[in-house]
Design a protein around this ligand. Sequence first.
Ligand SMILES: O=c1ccn([C@@H]2O[C@H](COP(=O)(O)O)[C@@H](O)[C@H]2O)c(=O)[nH]1
Length: 272
Amino acid sequence: MTTQHLIQQIHQKQSFLCVGLDVDLTKIPEHLLQYEDPIFEFNKRIIDVTHDLAVSYKPNTAFYEAYGIKGWKSLEKTIRYINEKYPDIFTIADAKRGDIGNTSSMYAKAFLEDLDFDSVTVAPYMGKDSVEPFLAFENKHTIMLALTSNEGAFDFQTLEVNGEELYKKVIATSKTWKNSQNLMYVVGATKAEYFSEIRKIIPDSFLLVPGVGAQGGSLSEVCCYGMNTNVGLLINSSRGIIYAASGMDFAEKARAEALKIQQEMQRILANR
Ligand SMILES: O=c1ccn([C@@H]2O[C@H](COP(=O)(O)O)[C@@H](O)[C@H]2O)c(=O)[nH]1
């Protein structure tokens, strides 16, 4: 999917919500466990009730890999379902990959070609040759960890290196890489006060913003400091939406949570 198409979807739906599909079998409603593939059944229902409120879905691959080959099949079925039934939705494989060049090429092929996600998250620690193989895919996007939502972000990412914070150096350097126009960046909602500085380096890029909902980040603060003329934000909430309830009404409750966020987004878009 092109960035233009994503922007058009945001305006059409008045939403820049990304629903995180982080499925944990110990948390999904009990009645779904009788199905052959409870993870897919759960995802299908969540997707069907939120697709008009969200522009993106983000399965975190850890939640599928944890269940071995069955989990991988659930991931495959989920992405095929979204691509076939809701082709206008921007899909993110939250896999946080990155390795020496030839290995990164295989990761990129797995997520962007075989599974056909629109984007994949990568960790930049191994540098240029570990990220560039992902950037080679046309109309696909590589979402690089910039400043993460967790407490551990302060261990390395904000350290000063030659008078500059490391995360800033990483973002600025990434702009010099081949096909850097295919980059987006992860910035945690819990770090709202950093968005203005980040926007000075990458004013036009899309930012994937996890950390609202269960992690306590503020949607309005993120928008205040991080929104650009094209909106430029995908705000993710996983547990806050998909585990809003655990009974027979789980899908209805998940929709209600997604609707609350979408309505706040609509207000923000109207007032900017
Ligand atoms: O900095 C980061 C990068 C990725 N994540 C991922 O996003 C979701 C957040 O889930 P919630 O349930 O809404 O907290 C999850 O998949 C994380 O692994 C992040 O939280 N922070």
